[in-house]
Design a protein around this ligand. Structure first.
Ligand SMILES: [Zn+2]
Ligand SMILES: [Zn+2]
Length: 291
C-alpha cells in the first residue's frame, strides 16, 4: 500500500512521464521519435499510452533509459459523466473496453500486472460521482499538460475530494504529449527506485515513492512524530493540505523565498500532502502521508 516516504528510502531519483501518444493513435511523433525526444530531454523513463492500443516498445529500452508499454483506455461511464480515460501503465495486451464495466477494465489492467491512473479529471468533467464507484486504480492526474489549451490542466480538487471521501490515492503530473513542443516536458514525476528496471519502477509507483512537479524540487520530507518538515528549492509558498478545512499555508517574510516549512499535524488529520509554488508560479506536489 502507499506507505513509502521516498526521501527516506535507498535508491536513486528517476525522472519519468506516464502519459504519451505516438502516430499509432493521435500523436505527431512515431514511437521511436517519441521515446528519443524524452530520452534526449533528460528523462529516464517514458510510458507510451496510445489510445485503445498497446505497442511493443522493448526495442526502445537502453542501458540508461526505460521504455514502458501502456495504453489509454476508454470504457463507457454508467455513472452519468463523460467516457472514462484511464492510463494503464505496464500492460501488454490490448483491452477491448466495448461493453465492459469500468471496474472490469480496471481489474483487467491489474490482472496484466499494470496500474491504472484516472486521467485529466477537470478536462473530462469528472467528479466524485464518477470516481467513487471505481476501485483498483492507484493514482489521479493532478496535472495534465495537454489540457492547458482549455485552461483545465489542474485537478487538485478532484484529488482532494477522493482523499476526503474515497480512500488513499496518489497524484501524478503528466504531459499527455501528442505534439512535439507544446505538451511535452512540462509535467513529470520524480521516482525513487533501487534501479532503472521495470520491476523497480513499478514497485516505486505502487508504494507512492515519487513526487510530481512542473519544475520545483522537493529535497526532503521528514515525519517526526506529528511534525512534518519539507525542504525544497526556493518557493513563494508551501502549503500543507489535509482533509476539508484542515491544513496550513506558509509564506516567506520580508520578500525572501522559502526553502523549508514545518506543520504540526493535529490529531484530527487523516492525511497531509504538500504543494510547493516557486517564484514563477510553477508547482510541485508530494504524495499524501496517511494517518
Ligand atoms: Zn485522455
Ligand atoms: Zn492521452
Amino acid at each position: 500500500m502507499f506507505n513509502a516516504n521516498p526521501f527516506q528510502q535507498p535508491g536513486q531519483w528517476y525522472r519519468g512521464n506516464t502519459h504519451s501518444h505516438s502516430t499509432e493513435s493521435d500523436g505527431q511523433l512515431s514511437i521511436g521519435d517519441r521515446f528519443a525526444a524524452y530520452r534526449d530531454a533528460g528523462y529516464d523513463f517514458l510510458v507510451l499510452t496510445d489510445h485503445r492500443k498497446v505497442n511493443d516498445v522493448q526495442a526502445h529500452t537502453t542501458s540508461d533509459f526505460l521504455a514502458i508499454s501502456g495504453s489509454e483506455v476508454h470504457p463507457d461511464n454508467p455513472y452519468g459523466g463523460d467516457t472514462y480515460h484511464f492510463v494503464a501503465i505496464n500492460i501488454h495486451e490490448r483491452i477491448n473496453c466495448a461493453k465492459m464495466h469500468p471496474n472490469a477494465v480496471l481489474d483487467e489492467i491489474k490482472a496484466q500486472g499494470g496500474e491504472a491512473v484516472l486521467c485529466h479529471p477537470y478536462w473530462s468533467g469528472h467528479t466524485i460521482l464518477d470516481y467513487l464507484p471505481l476501485r483498483s486504480y492507484f493514482a489521479i492526474e493532478v496535472y495534465n499538460d495537454s489540457c492547458v489549451d482549455i485552461g483545465k490542466e489542474f485537478s487538485e480538487q478532484a484529488w482532494d475530494d477522493l482523499l476526503d471521501r474515497g480512500g488513499p490515492v496518489l497524484g501524478i503530473a503528466a504531459d499527455d504529449s501528442h505534439g512535439t513542443e507544446s505538451d511535452c516536458f512540462h509535467g513529470w514525476i520524480m521516482v525513487k527506485a533501487e534501479e532503472l528496471t521495470l520491476d523497480s519502477i513499478m514497485e516505486a509507483l505502487r508504494t507512492g515513492a515519487f513526487y510530481s512537479t512542473l519544475g520545483p524540487e522537493i529535497k526532503d520530507m521528514t515525519l517526526d512524530g506529528k511534525e512534518l518538515t519539507v525542504k525544497c528549492s526556493e518557493a513563494q509558498s508551501i502549503v500543507f493540505k489535509a482533509q476539508c478545512s484542515r491544513g496550513k499555508r506558509v509564506l516567506p517574510s520580508d520578500g525572501e523565498l522559502l526553502t523549508e516549512a514545518t506543520y504540526s499535524i493535529p490529531e484530527s488529520v487523516k492525511y497531509v500532502r504538500v504543494e510547493i509554488t516557486d517564484a514563477t508560479g510553477k508547482k510541485a506536489w508530494s504524495n499524501p502521508f496517511f494517518f
